[in-house]
Design a protein around this ligand. Structure first.
Ligand code: ADP
Ligand code: ADP
Length: 226
């Protein structure tokens, strides 16, 4: 089943065509990477897929529903309900503990549940750090809190923007292992990355150039079931 379909998407800023005529289908359970040079449209595409922005033209079909004409409030609701976002800069709230940072995502979605939030931290190996503030955690640990927060509401899509961009190689590998585990459990993952090693872990890589899809490569891992 297709989880996401971009149909002839364009995004125009003044006279800049940030995205042009993008057609892309992502199957449920697929792991996709998006690469491309700076200015090629990756952030714009991520913002549209992540319900943070709308295309100027075209349709965005998420879970069978066209969301391309939805207003900001409705898009926010779709995002909270269906998408788990992971950022390069973590975007954790600095005065809340790791546990509270995870619980705040529950609060926006349904009801905070400390036990479930602790389980999410456990899944990323951080149960011992639940009461720590972000400033008391390493970059790799902060990113794992960010992943726990993204997972807490059982999103149908995990969308990560340069998730290893601020991490050293050891922590990059920890994050990639978590993604492999999530993919093995059936999660659909889209990762925007500059890092070819990260992209190689995905099943397909979409390469953007000047707002268009220049190439789609099938990676070695494509045989992993989906
Ligand atoms: P990438 O993430 O690959 O660096 P972006 O999606 O950020 O690319 O940008 C694609 C193009 O669109 C660039 O030329 C950029 O300057 C332009 N752009 C992106 N966002 C805006 C905006 N809000 N206003 C005007 N131009 C923008
Ligand atoms: P990235 O580091 O992912 O490539 P950018 O630095 O290109 O991201 O963009 C950061 C933010 O600034 C994005 O939200 C993007 O939409 C916006 N942006 C990018 N280019 C422009 C621009 N020319 N004018 C206004 N906003 C822009």
């Amino acid at each position: 089943m297709n989880l996401l379909e971009l149909k002839d998407i364009s995004k125009i800023y003044g006279n800049v065509k940030a995205l042009q005529n993008i057609d892309l289908t992502v199957r449920q359970g697929e792991w996709l990477a998006i690469m491309g040079p700076s200015g090629s449209g990756k952030t714009t595409m991520m913002n549209i897929i992540g319900c943070m922005d709308r295309p100027s033209h075209g349709a965005v079909i998420l879970d069978g529903k066209d969301i391309s004409k939805e207003g900001p409030k409705s898009l926010t609701a779709v995002r909270r309900d269906k998408i788990g976002l992971i950022f390069q800069q973590f975007h954790l709230i600095n005065y809340l503990t790791a546990l509270e940072n995870v619980m705040i995502a529950q609060y926006y979605h349904s009801m905070p549940d400390e036990k479930e939030a602790l389980q999410a931290l456990e899944r990323v190996g951080l149960q011992e750090r639940a009461k720590h503030l972000p400033s008391q955690l390493s970059g790799g640990e902060q990113q794992r809190v960010c992943i726990a927060r993204a997972l807490i509401n059982y999103p149908m899509l995990i969308l990560a923007d340069e998730p290893t961009g601020n991490l050293d190689e050891a922590n990059e590998n920890i994050v990639l292992d978590i993604f492999k585990q999530l993919h093995g459990e059936g999660s659909t993952i889209i990762v925007v990355t500059h890092d070819a090693e990260v992209a190689e872990e995905a099943q397909r890589t979409v390469i953007l150039e000047h707002g268009r899809i220049a190439k789609i490569t099938h990676n070695q891992n494509d045989q992993r079931g989906c």
